[in-house]
Design a protein around this ligand. Structure first.
Ligand code: MRU
Length: 365
């Protein structure tokens, strides 16, 4: 009885969005499920969805029901537990082979956010360690996934604490896509700075790019910031450069899906253009991300795999056709902003600035 209870997901303080269902959480103990808030339905419907199998989890990540680099990582960690649960009783070697097979399958659902592979590796290492030291391997994996969830919430809060002073009192902040509580277990990365500054009583205005094609800015960021009581203006992506030219923005802050050893940063498509415009108008451009988003095996952003998504995401908006049904489309989900355009990278261990390989290496020491 006590053992089963210890496998229950730990309570996590979710800060500014505690009033909404969790972005993702494990519900139950050893026989539990991964419960997600289905982000494809937001902001029109608050729908939760239970992933009971690894295939459910793969589909939820692939379809962006759960999305954002850190949330993808934690969801995949739980997906690995779901996919290996039916094999708990098989001998250790066969079980570890299954762990690797299910992990390889989960790695195929989205290629760019490195947090996915990082989280799968953490849970796999917990399994390998447990088979060496003895104990229940599958339970050790579930506990490792719980630890990742707790760690993500705390890491994001620390990112917010590390960067809140960058938020301009009485000024404007621009963000792109959704790097908020909906992209993590709690707080977010880029939006954590804003939540912590808001908690500290600062007054400022947040401008949100709608973020075509899937509208994460309009549907998710505008939704979560207004829910948390921040002052928000939504704009079309094409209006970002002229907004930066207008003098109403003193800080740009975005999240990241993968950061190379030199600081080149992959984030939602359109981020690079915002960084170029920010540089042209001398506006600081910050990236906020946990250390798990760095891929130090890549010397530069040239090696970051960029996810290409289907043409219908562009040809259709909210399921309505908006273009000739057979027109060819260019739909990379991410772009890479060169380190030289980034003023600093805010992490749970402080800020790397200027953005150089040396400053980044310092964060890992
Ligand atoms: O395709 P998405 O919605 O998963 O893209 C998300 C982003 O690009 C976020 O900015 C990034 O993952 C950082 S989330 C804290």
């Amino acid at each position: 009885m006590t053992k089963t209870l210890s496998l229950q997901a730990p309570a996590i303080f979710r800060g500014p969005l505690s009033a909404l269902p969790a972005t993702l959480e494990w519900v139950g103990g050893a026989d539990g499920v991964l419960r997600i808030l289905d982000q494809t339905q937001l902001p029109l419907r608050i729908e939760i969805r239970d992933c009971r199998t690894v295939e459910d989890t793969w589909e939820a990540i692939r379809m962006l029901r759960v999305r954002g680099a850190p949330a993808i990582g934690v969801a995949a960690a739980y997906g690995l537990c779901l996919g290996t649960r039916p094999f708990r009783a098989v001998p250790a070697d066969a079980f570890l082979a299954k762990v690797r097979e299910v992990g390889a399958y989960l790695r195929t659902c989205r290629p760019t956010a490195v947090n996915l592979a990082w989280a799968l590796q953490r849970v796999t290492e917990a399994a390998e360690q447990c088979t060496r030291t003895g104990g229940n391997t599958w339970e050790a994996m579930l506990l490792a996934a719980h630890a990742l969830a707790v760690e993500d919430a705390e890491t994001c809060r620390l990112i917010g604490e590390a960067g809140a002073h960058l938020v301009p009192e009485g000024g404007g902040v621009l963000t792109h896509c959704n790097a908020g509580a909906l992209a993590t277990v709690a707080y977010g990365t880029a939006l954590a700075l804003l939540y912590i500054a808001h908690q500290r009583g600062l007054r400022f205005h947040v401008f949100v790019d709608e973020t075509r094609p899937l509208l994460q800015g309009a549907r998710l960021t505008a939704f979560e910031l207004t829910t948390a009581g921040l002052d928000v203006t939504l704009l079309c992506d094409g209006a970002a450069a002229s907004l930066l030219q207008s003098g109403r923005v003193q800080l740009v802050v975005v999240g990241a899906d993968r950061i190379a050893a030199n600081g080149d940063t992959a984030n939602k498509i359109g981020t690079y253009g915002v960084a170029l415009a920010a540089r042209r108008h001398d506006i600081p451009f910050y990236v906020a991300a946990p250390l798990s988003t760095f891929d130090r095996a890549l010397a530069s952003g040239a090696g970051i795999p960029i996810e290409e998504r289907g043409a219908d995401e562009i040809r259709r908006v909210l399921d309505q056709p908006v273009a000739p049904p057979t027109v060819q489309c260019y739909n990379p989900a991410f772009d890479v902003t060169p380190a030289e355009l980034i003023t600093g990278i805010v992490t749970q261990r402080g800020i790397a600035t200027p953005v150089t390989a040396e400053q980044i290496a310092r964060l890992f020491r």
